[in-house]
Write a protein of this length. Structure first.
Length: 159
């Protein structure tokens, strides 16, 4: 059985417009990836990485080193997304890498102390600029999930 992944840019049907999402994500990953090579961004993400159950191991590389690793991953994701505009497997891989990125960054809301406050009714309050910044990742995760699903082969109908 051959698996046929899809590329939005090569589609003439209802998936073509998803190319806009891909190229928006490419721009975001390039922009954020390059920023991770600056001392400002390295210091800004250090507390997020420090408290993350998934990324705290990066602290062995120091603040600058861990930021450069994250930036390299983001730039690699951008590159795979770009290749995915012509290669169907890279399309799915890039979207999956992007999904993993935003799952991780969304988890920072729960793992970083002091960025979420709880209302008297027990509901979380978006209380800091950092949390407001991280909440955009929920939308970006949805975009990347949409790209991933669009890249996957269509499900065959049950017999």
């Amino acid at each position: 059985m051959t698996v046929h992944f899809r590329v939005a840019e090569k589609s003439s049907g209802s998936y073509w417009h998803l190319a806009l999402l891909r190229w928006s994500m490419v721009a975001i990953f390039i922009w954020f990836g390059i920023q991770k090579f600056t001392p400002y961004a390295a210091e800004a993400i250090a507390p997020l990485i420090e408290h993350s159950p998934f990324m705290s191991w990066l602290s062995v590389f120091g603040v600058g080193g861990q930021a450069k690793i994250v930036g390299t991953i983001e730039l690699t994701t951008a590159a795979v997304l770009i290749i995915g505009s012509v290669n169907p497997i890279a399309s799915a891989l890039g979207a999956a890498m992007a999904c993993a990125t935003f799952l991780l960054t969304t988890s920072f809301v729960f793992s970083t102390p002091g960025i979420t406050q709880i209302s008297p009714f027990g509901f979380p309050i978006i209380s800091t600029l950092l949390e407001q910044f991280l909440l955009k990742d929920v939308v970006l995760l949805a975009v990347c999930l949409t790209l991933l699903v669009a890249s996957l082969p269509p499900r065959s109908a049950a017999p």
